[in-house]
Design a binder for this molecule. Structure first.
Ligand SMILES: Cc1cc2nc3c(=O)[nH]c(=O)nc-3n(C[C@H](O)[C@H](O)[C@H](O)COP(=O)(O)O)c2cc1C
Length: 335
């Protein structure tokens, strides 16, 4: 079996397969990253962390950057608009175990852009460059950057920002091929990702709307990117990661497990979240995950409604177990 793609090299880190879990705030916490990594991810990224918040080191912020117990490598993502604060934050996360530091120039959320952070930085490419240079200077590990195409359709700055990134020593660039103003509307335009790959010498990671293993490989081939990053489509469906990893390793993609097995994994996910976060935090966070694991399962609309109202982990897991029993008894009858 011959691999169909090459490993992604970021500084001293060889990342195999070149398949990365997208940073997702409120989602890709430590538990989730550890749970999803064995499906075949080469790299995971923390939720974005405010460089300002790191100055105060609150318990919640420190938890976000904690790498304890995770397979390496892990990248820690920072956001902010001030080069010095970003550099200081990068030093802190490096001391706390980050293998790579990633700079966020992509978040379109108003609570971030109103302080000129995230994608709002793209309105001032000079500032982007100063932030990147300060962070690269501050740490002894590779620094990467993730961005959108630009603030608006009429101001697509990604090639300019990526060239500045390369100039100041950034080791890889991820492009989510939408503008900030688009939020999640429309489709990610991968022709821009191809253009970026043709414009810079450092590795390019393509991101946006990959929800099928064959589509992911097609995008890689068409654009020549060095790696791909997957976000929303993995939620409730980590098997997509294994399918892409299979294709990258030169195997046929394994089938998605049967509904009952998917729900069994959902219970593992639930229990791990309760163990690590405690029930009070895990139950609300797990509602969205359970809803996604239930996708495509007969009667899932009613079950989703029920799960949304259930206040304890034991009851929620009970409902999932009942659903597994129901699915299995139905398939026995059908057989
Ligand atoms: C709930 C949620 C939270 C996100 N948080 C972050 C974040 O903290 N940092 C970041 O760079 N991107 C964040 N993103 C954007 C994703 O990393 C990714 O770029 C985007 O979802 C497009 O990829 P996809 O189509 O595969 O989901 C977030 C996306 C979602 C849906």
């Amino acid at each position: 079996m011959e691999p169909t793609v090459s490993p992604l090299q970021i500084g001293e880190h060889q990342i195999w397969p070149p398949l990365i879990l997208a940073p997702m705030s409120g989602v890709t916490n430590r538990t989730m990253r550890a749970l999803y990594k064995p499906f075949g991810l080469g790299l995971t990224v923390t939720e974005f962390v405010s460089s300002n918040a790191l100055k105060y080191g609150s318990k919640r912020t420190m938890e976000m950057i904690d790498q304890h117990g995770l397979e390496k490598p892990v990248s820690t993502q920072l956001w902010g608009d001030d080069p010095e604060t970003m550099a200081a934050a990068a030093k802190v996360v490096r001391e706390c175990g980050a293998d790579l530091v990633d700079i966020n120039f992509g978040c379109p959320a108003p609570k971030v852009t109103k302080t000129n952070g995230g994608s709002a930085c793209l309105r001032d490419v000079g500032r982007c460059e100063r932030i990147m240079a300060a962070v690269v200077e501050a740490v002894d590990c590779p620094v990467t950057m993730k961005m959108r195409l630009g603030w608006t359709e009429s101001d697509l700055v990604y090639v300019d920002v990526a060239r500045r990134a390369e100039k100041v020593g950034i080791k890889a660039v991820t492009l989510h091929a939408r503008t900030a103003r688009q939020f999640y509307r429309g489709e990610a335009d991968w022709s821009h990702i191809k253009r970026l790959k043709e414009s810079i010498g450092i590795p390019v990671i393509g991101n946006g709307d990959l929800d099928d293993a064959h589509l992911a490989m097609q995008r890689m081939r068409e654009t020549g990117v060095d790696a791909i990053m997957l976000g929303r489509a993995t939620l409730g469906n980590p098997w997509l990661i294994s399918q892409i990893a299979d294709l990258m390793e030169g195997r046929e993609a394994r089938p998605t497990p049967a509904p009952a097995d998917r729900l069994r994994f959902c219970i593992v996910h639930y229990e791990r979240m309760v163990e690590e976060l405690g029930e009070a935090r895990a139950v609300p966070q797990m509602r969205k995950h359970v809803a996604l694991y239930l996708k495509g399962i007969p009667g899932s609309a009613v079950l989703r409604e029920r799960i949304m109202r259930i206040p304890t982990a034991a009851e929620a897991i009970g409902v999932i177990e009942e659903t597994i029993a129901r699915i299995e008894s139905q398939s026995t009858v059908a057989a």
